[in-house]
Design a protein around this ligand. Sequence first.
Ligand code: IPM
Ligand code: MN
Length: 350
Amino acid sequence: MKKYKIAVIPGDGTGPEVIREGLKVLDAVSKKANFKYEKIMYDFGAERYKKTGEVLPDSALEEFRKVDAIYLGAVGHPDVKPGILEKGLLLKLRFSLEQYINLRPVKLYPGVWTPIKDKKPEDIDFVVVRENNEGLYVGEGEFKNKGTKDEIALQVSRNTKKGVERCIRYAFEYTLRRNKQKKLTLSGKTNVLTYAWDLWERTFYEVAKDYPDIKTDYAHVDAACMWMVKNPEWFDVIVTDNMFGDIITDLGAMIQGGMGIAAGGNLNPEGVSMFEPIGGSAPKYTGKNVINPLAAICAGMMMLETLGEEKAANTIEKSVMKVTKKMKSMSAGKMGYSTSEIGDLVVKNL
Ligand code: IPM
Ligand code: MN
């Protein structure tokens, strides 16, 4: 029997509540699909930081390198200055473990309300491949004349040939494996960001030569936002950089029903990957048993898929699609069920 080692970081706010439901579903599905997993719980996040000043020690990073996957709830707390936990925990994990892909499916499940009139599940089903280790997120930059009227703040977007190429290659491979429209859209800003996007565009068409069965397309990121709303059915897989990927996946999350249902994976295809709901720690809903756990449950499903437990992942998705049909809304407090009841329903429908 296969056995996986999973590091679990419930994190802040509603993170622990949604992770609890995710683990409930993983426990149930592991019994059905005949695999075992060992959970190693970590208390990183705001509480630990406030008590000890520690965000993520290097010793923990070494431990994370030895697990099969990481399952993360949420980071961010109103008492902690923005950036400390986000950079010190989430981004540090993404960068140190070289999780260079952020895979974010945008899929409208049956019965889920979308703000886009007349669009149905068959119209909203695409995946964003967001570069996850470079671009504006590298934190390079400087102030000049800080505090004066002539202040200048520089923020560098670093794009390396290797980094861009591995991301694009992953996106082509993924499009092939997904086997839907077999179409990969590069989304950037070649008309303005003429260094970074020159590299991206050149690399895209170079790599495309190795994938003659994949249709290629390009959309400026502003236009892509427009099409995501007007004609989401045009997209199959979108590949983009870190910053644009961050922005368009919030738009993506909204058209698939909101943060309550949007999941993502930070992937190192050669190493340890980390799975998380896209939404934040939702402080105002913390501890109320009202938050939607489906994003966390779907992150767990993506984790199983990546571990090679496709059948188990499929079982979870089918169950989620039954449960979404019964829910009044995907929004916290309006689901018609509590957080734990949604977890129970997903387990019951497995
Ligand atoms: C995301 C989040 C993070 C990001 C923040 C919390 C650093 O918005 O996962 O999309 O910008 O990547
Ligand atoms: Mn984001």
